[in-house]
Design a protein around this ligand. Structure first.
Ligand SMILES: Nc1nc2c(ncn2[C@@H]2O[C@H](COP(=O)(O)OP(=O)(O)O)[C@@H](O)[C@H]2O)c(=O)[nH]1
Ligand SMILES: [Mg+2]
Length: 194
C-alpha cells in the first residue's frame, strides 16, 4: 500500500488544500498520535515519534493509497513550559480545523488521564464541526475493567457538556489492540497490511 509523507505546515498560510477526505489526529503531547498513525498504516516510522514534546509545532500530512489524507497535529498542553511554542499552536490549529475536506477528528486522550479545561475547550471547538471520534490511547497500561469504566465515565462527561461524539474507542498501538476498529470506522475501503 502506498503511504507517503506529503508536506508540513508551520504557519496558517502554508496549509495545503486537498480534495481527498482528511482525518485529523489531535491530542496532548505524548498521547501517542504519531505512534497510532504508524500502527494504523502498518508502517514503522512514517510519522515521527517526538522525543522532545512541544518542539515541533508543525502539522504533518500523509497520503494513504491515493484516497485519504492523515494529518498529525502538534501536541498541546505544555503552555506552562514553553509559552512561545504554545503561541504558535493556536493560530495554526484554528486555521487548520476550518478546512472543508476534514472528515473526522480523532481526539486522542491517554486512558490514564482525566480531561482538563484545555482539553474540554478543544473538544468543544472540534465537535462543533464534526462529531468527535474519541480515542483512548495506551490501553495496555490499564486493566480491562478499568478501561471499560473509564469509557463509560467519559461518555457521561461528554454528554453532560453537550459535545457531539461519534464514538469512543480504546487502542494500544503497542499491543495492536483496537486498530482494526479504527480502520473499519474511518478508513473506508482502504485495507492496510497487518
Ligand atoms: N505503552 C504504550 N506506549 C505508547 C503507545 N503508543 C505510544 N506510546 C509511547 O508514548 C510516547 C509518545 O508517543 P508519540 O506517538 O510520540 O506521541 P505524540 O506526541 O502524541 O505523537 C512514546 O514513548 C511512545 O512509545 C501504546 O499504545 N502503549
Ligand atoms: Mg508526534
Amino acid at each position: 500500500m502506498d503511504c507517503r509523507y506529503i508536506t508540513s505546515a508551520l504557519k496558517p498560510e502554508q496549509l495545503p488544500d486537498f480534495e481527498l477526505p482528511e482525518l485529523a489526529f489531535i491530542g496532548r503531547s505524548n498521547t501517542g498520535k504519531s505512534t497510532l498513525i504508524n500502527a494504523l498504516l502498518g508502517h514503522s516510522k512514517l510519522a515521527r515519534h517526538g522525543r522532545t514534546p512541544g518542539q515541533t509545532q508543525m502539522i504533518n500530512f500523509f497520503q494513504v493509497a491515493h484516497q485519504l489524507i492523515l494529518a498529525d497535529l502538534p501536541g498541546y498542553g505544555f503552555s506552562a513550559i514553553r509559552r512561545d511554542v504554545a503561541e504558535q499552536w493556536q493560530p495554526l490549529v484554528e486555521a487548520y480545523v476550518r478546512r472543508p475536506n476534514i472528515r473526522d477528528f480523532l481526539f486522542l486522550v491517554d486512558c490514564r488521564r482525566e480531561l482538563n479545561d484545555e482539553d474540554w475547550e478543544l473538544a468543544f471547538i472540534l465537535g462543533r464541526n464534526v462529531p468527535l471520534y474519541v480515542v483512548l490511547t495506551k490501553s495496555d497500561k490499564v486493566a480491562k475493567h478499568e478501561l471499560h469504566s473509564r469509557i463509560q465515565r467519559l461518555q457521561k462527561e461528554i454528554e453532560a457538556k453537550g459535545i457531539a461524539v461519534k464514538k469512543i474507542v480504546a487502542v494500544s498501538s503497542m499491543k495492536r489492540q483496537g486498530l482494526d476498529q479504527v480502520r473499519e470506522d474511518l478508513f473506508g475501503t482502504i485495507i492496510p497490511p497487518r
